[in-house]
Design a protein. Structure first.
Length: 301
């Protein structure tokens, strides 16, 4: 008998596998290909207080072992999300984690307040967004800003709060500690790494935004390292993501200290990737004699 259940901030998950924000919409478009009931959680696309149109096109480019995206967090806004997406996800036996984005502390707080009476399980705060009131630097690149926005969201949140950390920093452990100091219930990492692609024939940027977020297998070793460092630095749970394609990739994250994992870019090449990861973890537990996935968390530490 194996046990794949994990717990984060009092919320129980049937297994530790989620789908990463921005790679799965809010579940509906994948539901005809993927059994959502098999997932530990669906993490929704980022939701803001008002609709965001996103960046100019082209805004996606393939790279060796990965992809660049500069979508710009296009989303329909909190009103439509509450009306359409939450009722859809409530049909399934999976946890609902809402990714929240904003351009100011007030933006984040407005969405968090709107979600307080909604039937969702957790909130994931995307602090890779640019802080328009501080010259455009991402909230997640300054530990003082990380602690401040975490505290501001926690003050008004009815659900546990996960802070999604940016890898575009010198010291990821410092950012994790700042989130913990601000009252975060968990941290998730890594978000995408900033990258660029140039077309040498046209001598122009491939993305209209010039830069984009690099994701996919290319960033996995970096993500594993950062998950390990964050898990060593804080006492709150860590959710690992970044280039997970297989159960082995996910197990690396868990052994490094992650309580749960999120599958992202792999969903674009194989819509069933997340369920295959679930099945692979179950198979590993049977083969290895490690009957409880919780016993694997941080085993390399």
């Amino acid at each position: 008998m194996i046990n794949t259940q994990v717990e984060i901030a009092g919320v129980e998950f049937k297994n530790p596998v989620m789908v990463a924000s921005g790679t799965f919409g809010s579940g509906e478009e994948y539901s005809e290909f993927v059994d959502l009931d098999r997932l530990g959680a669906v993490v929704t696309k980022g939701v803001a207080n008002v609709p965001w149109p996103g960046n100019e096109t082209p805004r996606v480019a393939e790279t060796p072992s990965g992809m660049l995206n500069a979508i710009g967090l296009q989303n329909p806004g909190i009103d439509l999300f509450i009306q359409r997406d939450i009722p859809f996800l409530r049909q399934y036996d999976t946890r609902i984690i809402v990714n929240v984005c904003g351009r100011s502390v007030e933006d984040y707080r407005e969405v968090v307040i709107r979600l307080a009476n909604q039937p969702v399980d957790m909130l994931e705060i995307n602090i890779s967004c640019p802080n328009v009131k501080e010259g455009g630097i991402a909230f997640g690149q300054d530990p003082n800003a990380v602690e401040s926005i975490t505290r501001a969201c926690k003050e008004v949140a009815a659900q546990p709060v996960i802070m999604k950390l940016s890898p575009n920093v010198t010291d990821i452990a410092a950012m994790a500690r700042a989130a913990e100091a601000g009252g975060a219930d968990a941290v998730s990492l890594i978000n995408t790494l900033t990258g660029m692609k140039i077309d040498v024939e046209t001598r122009s940027f491939v993305l209209a935004n010039r830069t984009g977020g690099l994701s996919g297998p290319a960033i996995h070793p970096i993500a594993v390292r950062m998950v390990y460092q964050a898990a060593q630095a804080v006492d709150i749970p860590v959710i690992g993501m970044g280039g997970i394609q297989t159960a082995e990739d996910a197990l690396e994250m868990i052994l490094a200290g992650a309580t749960a994992v999120s599958v992202g870019t792999a969903n674009f090449t194989d819509p069933e990737a997340s369920v295959k990861v679930v099945e692979g973890i179950e198979d590993y537990l049977r083969r290895s004699g490690a009957s409880d996935v919780r016993g694997l968390i941080g085993q390399v530490s």
